[in-house]
Design a protein around this ligand. Structure first.
Ligand SMILES: [Zn+2]
Length: 214
């Protein structure tokens, strides 16, 4: 789970967020239910586009590239079912894959909040060991995060491993190069690869652990 930076709130939310929230909360207080029509007002292309951009088209949790075969959608960091007031709160919205969304569902442990990629220094709580993600520093929040999201589910481990193998080719090239200019250029290529591909968190750590290992 790589750290993310929030982009500016879309105009649609600036213009309507407060009114949508008031409308939804009025209904909730009066009837103790929320109609889907009122709840799903966040589900708009203008909002989704910005979330896709700020997550580089990857699931904010497992960092899989979201495609038509690996679908993704707008995701509420703090579940809207537990906190309906946060349904249209920009800082509570992100982009997540179908599988993480399904694992997370309405999970909320107020004593040990799951890591928030926009707010937490994720690498102080979890660490990548090759294709595996594990908590560090006895972090309960880190442990809850990887366990609830099942960040070591077999398909993710396999896909991370494949990316690590691709990265290894570049790292070998980097480690064998002695010319500082070429080394610098290969490093730029590696960092670019890490940033734009899936599983940047694991790949970044793998590069740290294996550069100049020879
Ligand atoms: Zn995911």
């Amino acid at each position: 789970m790589i750290e993310l930076k929030k982009k500016s709130k879309p105009q649609l939310l600036i213009d309507n967020g407060d009114a949508w929230t008031a409308d939804l909360m009025t209904e909730f207080y009066q009837t103790n239910t929320i109609s889907k029509t009122k709840q799903n007002r966040y589900s708009r292309t203008e909002i989704k586009e910005v979330l896709v951009e700020e997550t580089n088209g990857k699931c904010a949790y497992c960092e899989s590239k979201v495609t038509h075969i690996y679908p993704g959608d707008i995701e509420h960091i703090i579940p809207k079912s537990k906190f309906p007031r946060l349904t249209f709160t920009w800082n509570n919205l992100t982009f997540g894959c179908y599988w993480c969304n399904n694992k997370k569902r309405n999970f909320l442990d107020r004593a040990n909040m799951m890591l928030n990629p926009y707010k937490d220094k994720t690498n102080e709580h979890i660490r990548a060991f090759g294709p595996i993600i594990c908590h560090i520093n006895s972090s309960q929040r880190g442990e809850i995060t990887w366990r609830v999201l099942e960040l070591n589910r077999p398909d993710l481990r396999d896909k991370r491993q494949k990316k690590i193998e691709e990265l290894q080719v570049l790292i070998d090239k980097y480690n064998l190069t002695t010319n500082p200019t070429f080394k610098g250029l290969i490093e730029v290529e590696i960092l670019d690869f890490i940033e734009r591909t899936d599983y940047s968190f694991s790949l970044k750590q793998y590069f740290e652990d294996n550069k100049n290992a020879a």
